[in-house]
Design a protein around this ligand. Structure first.
Ligand SMILES: NC(=O)c1ccc[n+]([C@@H]2O[C@H](COP(=O)([O-])OP(=O)(O)OC[C@H]3O[C@@H](n4cnc5c(N)ncnc54)[C@H](O)[C@@H]3O)[C@@H](O)[C@H]2O)c1
Ligand SMILES: [Zn+2]
Length: 351
């Protein structure tokens, strides 16, 4: 169950702790500072704090072992509860820790970043990285409840908020025309408009409910991510141009919307509208001409590809995604060229 806003706050205050022998709250040093005070104000039960160092580099099996040690030395047993108070790193690590401690204990997610609220805390995927390989060890584990409290967003930087913007834009494009209309406004504030947050969350949860283990429908959530992931990996190897996941996905959304346009799914006006809206949230990124081939090469490794074509989720309309689409390397190159021409994008030849 997921509750948002004032409902979440009330539900957290009324949380029944009687079923649990001991309660632990997992934080990192930032959520300990910015979020734990609000949690303490609202949560009535006793709990012990486990604090790990923040950052993607700590989303490891070693960190899990450290948390398991702390749980064991502080009396945790099968009736214990773990509350994950943090961003995607805390929710991914904590969910995996809970799911595997004594073959599984209950856990609660309280996401504190926009990305975790609309994505990481609510899909049931948990796990950790191995060296530079992301999310290689993990399992599907579902929290007892998720409390989404938008006030936590007030202490996030714009850069951190962007990670969430990309997923919210994606959710609207694949499944919710009305949400898309709202996102087109210049002054959207997710910390104060919990209705928008709730809509975005509902899109992901309804897709996950239909296909929890990513057999078919969940592929909708890959929109913007085939090209986005390749750009993200490419940029990590070029440290002066390193892009966050959200920035890379913003490029992926535009490029994959272009593919949707060229596959005759969306109109040129819709493509332009998508570009304009994405640029309300993101700045354009310069992609060097001689690097585009390298980016396409990275997509070749995607396990979802068949023959020489690359697999995509594209748009049928704004608000309707379609899975299992393909595009040739030439067309993908054209989509990156299209991205590069922004903001002077009127050059694009009409079909
Ligand atoms: N499980 C999934 O389905 C799923 C989906 C998307 C992303 N993810 C994972 O999520 C992770 C990224 O999540 P993220 O962007 O939340 O990263 P994060 O957890 O590293 O948080 C980003 C930074 O913000 C800090 N922070 C968190 N909440 C704060 C607050 N309210 N105020 C101030 N600082 C705060 C954190 O300490 C950290 O330094 C990645 O590891 C990614 O793989 C998982
Ligand atoms: Zn993503």
């Amino acid at each position: 169950m997921i509750s948002v806003g004032i409902t979440a706050k009330n539900a957290l205050s009324a949380f029944d702790t009687s079923a649990y022998s001991t309660i632990f709250c997992l934080v990192d040093e930032n959520t300990e500072k910015h979020c734990l005070p609000v949690f303490k104000e609202n949560f009535k039960g006793d709990f012990q704090i486990i604090c790990i160092a923040s950052g993607e580099e700590n989303k490891t099996f070693e960190t899990c072992t450290e948390i398991w040690r702390q749980l064991l030395s502080n009396g945790a047993n099968r009736e214990s509860l773990l509350i994950n108070l943090g961003g995607g790193v805390i929710c991914d690590t904590g969910g995996f820790v809970a799911g595997n401690f004594k073959r599984g204990i209950s856990f609660v997610n309280i996401p504190t970043t926009l990305l975790a609220m609309v994505d990481a805390a609510i899909g049931g995927k948990t796990g950790v990285n191995v060296d530079s390989l992301k999310n290689q060890i993990g399992s599907f584990e579902f929290p007892e409840v998720v409390y989404v409290m938008p006030e936590f967003l007030n202490t996030l930087t714009e850069q951190e908020l962007k990670q969430g913007y990309a997923e919210i834009l994606k959710h609207a494009l694949i499944a919710d025309f009305d949400l898309w209309q709202s996102l087109k406004s210049e002054n959207v504030d997710f910390a104060t408009d919990e209705n928008l947050l709730a809509k975005s969350i509902r899109i992901k949860t309804s897709i996950v409910e239909e296909d929890p283990e990513e057999k078919e429908k969940r592929k909708l959530l890959n929109f913007g991510h085939t090209i986005g992931h390749a750009i993200e990996s490419w940029s990590q190897n070029n440290s002066e141009a390193a892009l966050s996941h959200g920035e890379a996905v913003s490029i992926g959304i535009i490029a994959e919307s272009f593919l949707s346009y060229r596959k005759s799914n969306i109109s040129f006006d819709e493509l332009k509208e998508i570009c304009d809206t994405v640029y309300l949230y993101f700045n354009p990124v310069y992609l060097a001409e001689d690097k585009l081939g390298e980016i396409i090469e990275l997509m070749q490794y995607d396990k979802k590809n068949k023959n020489d074509e690359i697999n995509f989720t594209l748009l049928k309309n704004i608000g309707i995604g379609i899975i299992d689409q393909t595009a040739s390397k030439e067309l993908i190159l054209e989509s990156l060229e299209f991205y590069k021409t922004f903001p002077d994008r009127n050059y694009i030849a009409q079909k």
